[in-house]
Write a protein that binds this ligand. Structure first.
Ligand code: NCD
Length: 304
């Protein structure tokens, strides 16, 4: 594998996904200094807690150094600077770039202006490939494998970029079924359904959750993405569409795992947190090891 940039999970291969999962597992227990003296620019032009801090923690654990934008309004973007110019300048200040940006397609645009290792930390409602990889790592750890599993996605499937990214990776495996549960206004874009169809993966759509829980191996809950709504009244109407309680979790198999990219607003009640099925805090920890694996590998490939 000679990858040095990651903007979408659409171009990852199964070999790469398996490699990154293995590498993340190795890095869980090893402290290597693969980024000794390397400067990573952590550019977050849109709010983030986990993605930014787990990337930054990963850089520290690998012995690297950081320069950070944690707030778009503190940069020249606020003065009207184009993304192209920002990237051209920052790629001279740093050895690796990690970027989150509110605009769909911004990651693809950014790599037009740099050959340095680049990782997309989320571009609008489009893609979030490092989350997809840490989600695959979590499924592997929690369920002992990905082939043969039934996965239910619940909530905002229209704007949820983590769902969009994860679907490309699931399609590389022999998953049993994908179940999409959402209000009709927030359905998964047809584009992703066509992609599953093409890969021969069975799927179904519904707006009701409870009756599908018993067949799920993974219940992947998402937040209604308030910031993507043009009309806030619609958001308030749809908010609270699905609230996962311990009673609903108990309708599922004891081995079912509940995942959520976090942050949670109100879609999983706190009483679920103590159940074995609740995997979301373990999932967010897995993000550190997966991001270490990505940083280490892309940097190594760049220097070969
Ligand atoms: C997600 C994101 O930013 O897309 N969060 C994350 O990266 N862990 C999901 C969300 O914001 O709902």
């Amino acid at each position: 594998m000679n990858r040095t940039q990651l903007t979408t999970s659409a171009d990852l291969t199964r070999e790469e996904v398996d490699f990154f999962i293995k590498e993340a597992e190795n890095l869980r227990t090893q402290r290597t200094k693969d980024l000794d003296g390397v400067i990573v620019a952590s550019l977050f032009f849109e709010p983030s807690t986990r993605t930014r801090l787990s990337f930054e923690s990963a850089v520290h654990r690998l012995g690297g150094r950081l320069i950070t934008v944690a707030n778009a309004s503190s940069t020249s973007m606020k003065k009207g600077e184009a993304l192209n110019d920002t990237i051209r300048v920052i790629e001279k200040y740093a050895d690796i770039l990690v970027m989150r940006h509110p605009k769909e397609g911004s990651a693809a645009e950014a790599i037009q202006h740099t050959d340095k290792p680049f990782l997309n930390g989320g571009d609008g409602a489009n893609q979030h490939p490092t989350q997809a990889l840490l989600d695959m790592y979590t499924i592997q750890r929690e369920c002992g494998g990905i082939d043969g599993k039934a996965i239910g996605f619940v909530g905002d499937l229209k704007f949820g970029r983590t769902v969009h990214s994860l679907l490309y990776l699931l399609a590389l495996y022999k998953v049993k079924k994908v179940i999409f549960i959402s209000p009709t206004q927030l359905k998964i874009p047809n584009y992703y359904l066509d992609m599953l169809k093409e890969k021969g993966i069975e799927y179904m759509e519904d707006s009701e959750l409870n009756k599908h829980v018993p067949e799920m191996d993974i219940l992947y809950m998402t937040r209604i993405q308030q910031e993507r709504f043009e009309n806030l009244e619609e958001y308030y109407f749809l908010k609270g569409s699905y609230i996962l309680t311990s009673d609903v979790v108990r309708m599922g198999k004891p081995t079912m795992r509940v995942m959520h990219p976090l942050p949670r607003v109100d879609e999983i009640t706190m009483e679920v947190d103590g159940m074995d099925q609740a995997a979301y805090f373990r999932q967010s920890e897995n993000g550190i090891y997966m991001r270490m694996a990505l940083l280490k590998t892309l940097w190594k490939n760049y220097n070969q």
